[in-house]
Design a protein around this ligand. Structure first.
Ligand code: ZN
Length: 309
């Protein structure tokens, strides 16, 4: 039983939630502001989950994971398509027009981009010797891959020449993709072909206004892919994440899990067809303009008032 629990936790462990989002609503004096933008609607590169969205998938070969075979890529693309079909179906049930195009770099029929993680697994890289060093290592790894991916794109014919020297490599890649596919909404996801059943899928920077948001996915399950994709558009984790210590925050998550027994942001280890998107997540991704008072109090506590979009 214990082993199973650990496995389930590791399947769905990701870093998108937040304490960060709470901090976002706190002023420098630690006073809670009157209205808080909970999700990341209209922030960063995944602006809003309607209209045209490009999902840019980068398959990465790294020393600690299994090399991507043609079969692995085809089956992962099938899972990615299934996840996106599910999200489009949910959008349509909520009267939102949503079209998701899936693209990936390909260079002379060669799809995976080789770039070794500094350590064998994603979790080792992220936590050793400590989280702050790990985070930096992951950011530069993902930037190096972004450079290689950008090289596979057609030549840049845009007349606008940027004079900003501070653009990161991921920013340059996203700018090119926005230009090529003519949409603001670009979801960037790195896929590694995982050997290990205990590695992570993670989403970074969704509340950042300066660093590009992106996910790294280690698993082929459609529900996990959809879960990370929804994070990019503002969804919160609604399960108790590893390392979450605050007792009241935990109780609020328990409430959310009871209230939304099929929620994708809580139970992504299940089959995607048994899952749904709760009113709380719909608010976070901008599908609902307002959050009901019941969920405001029970999930966020009384001090936080979510903004009406
Ligand atoms: Zn998550």
């Amino acid at each position: 039983m214990k082993a199973k629990q650990i496995l389930l936790c590791s399947f769905v462990f990701c870093f998108s939630l937040s304490c960060n989002s709470y901090k976002h609503g706190l002023s420098s004096e630690n006073q809670i502001t009157s209205e808080v933008q909970l999700g990341s609607v209209n922030n960063n590169v995944c602006k809003s989950l309607y209209g045209r969205v490009v999902l840019y998938v980068i398959f990465v070969d790294t020393k600690g994971t299994k090399p991507w075979s043609e079969y692995d890529i085809t089956s992962s693309l099938d899972s990615i398509k299934k996840a996106m079909q599910w999200i489009k179906k949910k959008a349509s049930e909520n009267n939102k027009y949503l079209d998701i195009e899936i693209h990936y770099p390909e260079n002379n029929h060669k799809i995976p981009i080789a770039n070794d993680l500094p350590r064998k697994t994603l979790s080792e890289t992220l936590f050793l010797p400590n989280f702050s060093a790990g985070l930096k290592a992951i950011q530069s790894w993902s930037d190096r891959i972004a450079v290689a991916a950008a090289r596979t794109l057609p030549p840049d014919t845009s007349k606008i020449i940027t004079t900003r020297n501070s653009l990161s490599d991921k920013e340059r890649l996203i700018a090119r993709l926005r230009d090529i596919y003519k949409t603001d909404n670009v979801a960037l996801m790195y896929f590694v072909n995982n050997y290990y059943s205990d590695d992570l899928s993670v989403t970074f920077n969704i509340f950042s206004r300066t660093s590009i948001e992106y996910s790294i996915v280690s698993f082929k399950k459609p529900a996990i892919i959809a879960h990370e994709f929804l994070h990019l558009f503002g969804a919160w984790d609604l399960y108790i994440t590893l390392g979450e210590k605050d007792k009241e925050a935990k109780e609020r998550k328990v409430f959310a899990m009871k209230e939304f027994p099929n929620e994708i942001m809580a139970f992504s280890y299940r089959g995607i067809d048994s899952l749904d998107i709760s009113p709380f997540t719909k608010y976070c991704i901008g599908w609902d303009k307002q959050l009901s008072q019941k969920y405001t109090d029970m999930i966020l506590g009384k001090d936080i008032k979510p903004v009406k979009y």
